[in-house]
Design a protein around this ligand. Structure first.
Ligand code: CA
Length: 228
């Protein structure tokens, strides 16, 4: 379940937030002081989003935020600020918060912010998977590009889909049927030979010596494999 830290010293507000998070499918973790929040975060490394009240009995929410960021954490942080504290927003965002919600807030507003932040964090996580490296190759899935030794290899969309399939399945024997279905789609009615034709062309572009392929190797009578 998605964990959300709720740092709020006023128990009425904290309970209200916790109930609404739980109702929306989150697992809230409660803290009533800054130090307690930091301790709980150490024990719960999988917290995705923290809601930090600003005015607290010990260290304030900005300091908590600053320390979370100083520890290298990229978790989502939403500051809970009072209406009168207009400056809080600016300061909060400067100390590394992602968003802020002004009190008094409605549950739906708060949950919408938490949902949005979780989505953004998910998207950011995906971006780290944007690139696949293999030997001299770097495949960038966002830009749909392939570099070899730092130089761009010009590929057709089909060749790109082929190499992506290979690089996502290193060392795995892929049958020509697998390749056809993955790259051309299950509805494709053409011949298996189209696979061989495209592999031959792709080898011309990626292999050092296309007649002696080492990256896209042949498995006789079956198909192809990325790597030997
Ligand atoms: Ca407070």
């Amino acid at each position: 379940m998605k964990k959300v830290l709720v740092l709020e010293d006023e128990s009425a507000i904290r309970s209200f937030v916790v109930i609404n998070l739980r109702r929306s499918g989150y697992e809230p973790i409660e803290a009533s002081s800054g130090e307690e929040a930091l301790k709980l975060l150490e024990q719960n490394e999988d917290v995705g989003v923290a809601l930090l009240d600003v005015m607290l009995p010990d260290i304030d929410g900005f300091e908590v935020c600053r320390r979370i960021r100083a520890s290298g954490s990229r978790m989502g942080i939403i500051m809970l600020t009072a209406l009168s504290q207009e400056m809080d927003k600016v300061t909060g965002l400067m100390t590394g918060a992602d968003d802020y919600v002004t009190k008094p807030f409605s549950p739906s507003e708060l949950i919408a912010r938490v949902d949005a932040l979780y989505r953004r964090l998910g998207a950011a996580d995906d971006s780290s998977d944007d690139e696949i490296e293999s030997g001299p190759f770097v495949l960038n899935k966002r830009n749909r590009t392939l570099d070899k030794n730092g130089e761009r290899v010009k590929l057709t969309q089909t060749e790109y889909s082929l190499i992506k399939l290979f690089m996502e399945n290193p060392g795995r024997a892929l049958s020509r049927e697998d390749i056809l279905e993955n790259v051309w789609g299950a509805d494709y009615n053409g011949e298996l030979k189209i696979v061989d034709v495209n592999i031959r062309r792709l080898r011309m572009k990626v292999e050092d010596t296309p007649t002696v392929p080492v990256y896209i190797t042949t498995i006789w009578g079956y198909g192809y494999k990325w790597g030997s």
